[in-house]
Design a protein around this ligand. Structure first.
Ligand code: FES
Length: 107
């Protein structure tokens, strides 16, 4: 082993100290800015009706026709109806969401 590939004891102690110091600063920053109330949590609804406190859709069962396909991924441009955007979302994220399909029973 050549001398250029070895660390002196002082260099090793310094490297370990700097690593632990950086880790401690990281933990402090995390605890300061990411506690229960402050930390940004992931959202399901990225951009639909963000001015409403709650997005709700209601339909009369008589008006559904023979089949209704509703979005559950919140990525459809025709929300609350599914437009197939879940396929791209699933491909990009590894998720497995799909629509809610309501069909009238065949007589
Ligand atoms: Fe959202 Fe199909 S587009 S479930």
């Amino acid at each position: 082993m050549s001398a250029s590939n070895t660390f002196s004891k002082a260099e090793l102690v310094t490297a370990i100290s700097v690593s632990f110091g950086a880790a401690a600063v990281g933990v402090l920053i995390y605890k300061t800015f990411c506690n229960k109330d402050k930390c940004v949590k992931p959202k399901v609804n990225l951009d639909l009706q963000k001015d409403n406190p709650k997005v709700v859709h209601a339909f009369d069962i008589e008006d559904l026709g023979d089949k209704a396909v509703y979005c559950r991924c919140w990525r459809s441009k025709k929300f609350p109806y599914c437009d197939g955007a879940h396929a791209k979302h699933n491909q990009e994220t590894g998720d497995n969401v799909g629509p809610l399909i309501i069909k009238r029973k065949e007589a």
